[in-house]
Design a protein around this ligand. Sequence first.
Ligand code: ADP
Length: 220
Amino acid sequence: QTKLRDKRILVIGLGRFGSSLALELVNHGWEVLGVDSNPRLVQAYADALTHTVIADATDDEALRQVGAPQFQRAVVAIGTHLEESILATSQLVDMGVPDIWAKAISRRHGRILEQVGAHHVVLPEHDMGERVAHLVSGRMLDYVELEEGFSLGKTKAPKELLGKPLRETKVRQKYGITVVSVKRLHSAFTYATEETVLQKGDVIVVAGRTDDVERFAEVT
Ligand code: ADP
């Protein structure tokens, strides 16, 4: 409980990924300490982030000086420099930081970070590449795979579903997907029920197995 309420986070690496993440957290009321070995970047984010420090995150002494062991959460946002990313992660693990997120640029890199002791590994380029593949190849307006094989997709409501309550469309039996939300022109998304009647121009969010969601998105 206290851990959840602690809205302090250490972000190592203020490149494109790390800086976007750090700024977003500040916007959400987090206290962010941004660390980078590049003085120019530290300077650039000095005003926007809560604290910024120039330090080499592979250096144990330097990390202790910035108070890294006191953080409950840290993100290692070093991507391209593999060795730095692995060493920085391993330093945080040694210090006992209980919730470490690390960015990897490949699956192999990710596996090493896990072996070193990172609690969560993210693969932004890889994941975004897969996601965009689903968007360009099909008719989906947006798409996210929540876990292996289970996805949410945003599509235009197909003709077949219009004008009668969702219950009567048998969409779940037919396509294996569930319509979870509906957005009517000029209004916000709202949740769908069995009684929801879709109209032409509605945009819907559907949930289901990835292949089912894809197959459904092809229905016009
Ligand atoms: P992105 O693709 O998100 O821009 P990069 O890997 O290019 O990510 O950037 C990572 C950032 O991490 C760079 O700003 C770099 O200066 C910083 N960095 C690299 N090694 C270290 C280190 N040992 N200690 C602190 N910061 C580092």
